[in-house]
Design a protein around this ligand. Structure first.
Ligand code: GLU
Length: 432
């Protein structure tokens, strides 16, 4: 662990954790938080590291490293996704769990923050290998998972199938069924209609509210969406349905550009029918009337909205200067480094920060959890209505605060989120 000798505060070599710590410290100082509260919230309450041995299809055994971090349970059970990716580390999960604490707090939902993951490349693994890995991981984190303690959900490279494997394993260990222990489940298996689109829908709700505040006409807006996974694809679709022109989309194969607008419906059809080796679903999409350009170049395209919905750190000191868009909606977690943020602020770019812009996922998870606890299912219409209303309200609160205090949206969101958590920590005391 790295401690800055002068301040006694944490730093990290991991970009996500370091960004989360720096953003937190700087907001906390502006709020004049006591050093004790700052120290408490800069560490996770609990971190469990597990090894995950998996029998591979060729008969060999590989051991993967897995993690589950609970940053805070001040407001309720910790909540956050589980990701399968090569850069997953304990520290990365610590940073992402911290971000979840602020995300849940800002949204006003009754959760603390958590995160987990396994360091692996799932695109090289078979279905059966992923099943064995998910089940063993589930069994090893089982002691800290539960509907009133820690509620996982999907994240990068995980979805309903992984949630079923993990939940099924833990339920077998418990000897009873407990559907509210995790969210993002398939609709027919205690999932919630609307959850799949929820993060993209929430991001779009922020964009619509921004357009209302600024008097912008959606049909005159051009947007570029980096990443065409669960978040980016639905955000692009919902914005496009309202008349926004999506001039570029991208995935790990590159970016696909059409200044006259991409037919997003066609992109969905293409993605759903393209077998796309190792999840590379947009391979060959240039055939559908687009120009293929290197993935990174999507940042410099001529457009009004830029939505980074792919990996962390996409907007960094090398790329931020190239951005032409005036507004950034962060669909990914931690896509902007603090250095890039300064560059963007100087350019007058308005950044709608991740823990506001992509909160639709966890808000949707909260609705799924609430339905599971009641054993009662809402309609998709009801779910979407509540989601959009809450996202719009969150956006407006942060927007108004930023306008009033002449501050950035990230700083304003941090102040509101930290305040709710620290008020409760003070109320409950240090012994949590
Ligand atoms: N993985 C999503 C996120 O980062 C959703 C988390 C959840 O629903 O618990 O916000």
């Amino acid at each position: 662990m790295m401690i800055d000798e002068a301040t006694g505060r944490r730093r990290s070599n991991n970009l996500i954790l370091d960004t989360a710590l720096r953003d937190f410290y700087s907001a906390a100082d502006e709020m004049h938080l006591s050093e004790g509260l700052i120290q408490i919230l800069s560490y996770p309450e609990r971190r469990v590291d597990v090894s995950v041995p998996v029998e591979m299809d060729d008969g060999t055994v590989k051991v993967f490293q897995g993690f589950r971090v609970q940053h805070s349970t001040a407001l309720g059970p910790s909540k956050g996704g589980i990701r399968y990716a090569m850069d997953v580390t304990g520290q990365e999960c610590e940073g992402l769990a911290m971000l979840m604490t602020w995300k849940c707090s800002l949204a006003g939902i009754p959760y603390g923050g958590g995160k987990g993951g396994i360091c692996c490349d799932p695109t090289y693994m078979s279905h059966k290998e992923k099943e064995r890995m998910s089940r063993t991981f589930g069994a090893r984190i089982a002691p800290i998972i539960g509907r009133w303690s820690d509620v996982p959900a999907p994240d990068m490279y995980t979805g309903g199938q992984e949630m079923v494997w993990i939940m099924d394993t833990i339920c077998k260990m418990l000897g009873h069924f407990e559907p509210a222990m995790l969210t993002g489940k398939p609709i027919d298996y205690w999932g919630a209609p609307g959850r799949t689109e929820a993060t993209g829908r929430g991001l779009a709700a922020c964009a619509f509210e921004l357009m209302r505040q600024k008097g912008l006409d959606p049909t005159k807006i051009k947007a570029a969406v980096q990443g065409f996974g669960n978040v980016g694809s639905y955000a692009a679709k919902i914005l496009n349905e309202a008349g926004v022109k999506i001039v570029a989309i991208s995935d790990t194969t590159g970016a696909y550009y059409n200044p006259n607008g991409i037919d997003i419906k066609k992109a969905f059809e293409y993605m759903n029918t393209n077998p796309g080796k190792r999840g590379r679903k947009l391979t060959g999409f240039e055939k559908e009337g687009c120009e293929k350009i290197p993935g990174d170049e999507i940042i410099g395209l001529d457009c009004d909205f830029f939505c980074p919905c792919a990996a962390q750190g996409a907007l960094n000191e090398n790329t931020a200067g190239k951005l032409k868009a005036k507004y950034v909606f962060e669909g990914a977690n931690s896509p902007t480094t603090p250095e890039a943020e300064l560059i963007l602020n100087d350019k007058g770019v308005i950044v709608v920060p991740d823990f506001l812009a992509n909160a639709g996922g966890v808000i949707g998870s909260y609705y799924e959890w609430a339905q599971n606890l009641q054993g009662f299912t809402w309609t998709e219409e009801e779910y979407n209505k509540r989601l959009v209303a809450l996202m719009t309200d969150n956006f407006r609160r942060v927007w108004d605060y930023a306008q009033e205090h002449n501050s950035t949206m990230r700083r304003s969101a941090y102040i509101a989120a930290i305040k709710r958590v620290t008020d409760i920590v003070e109320l409950r005391g240090v012994y949590l």
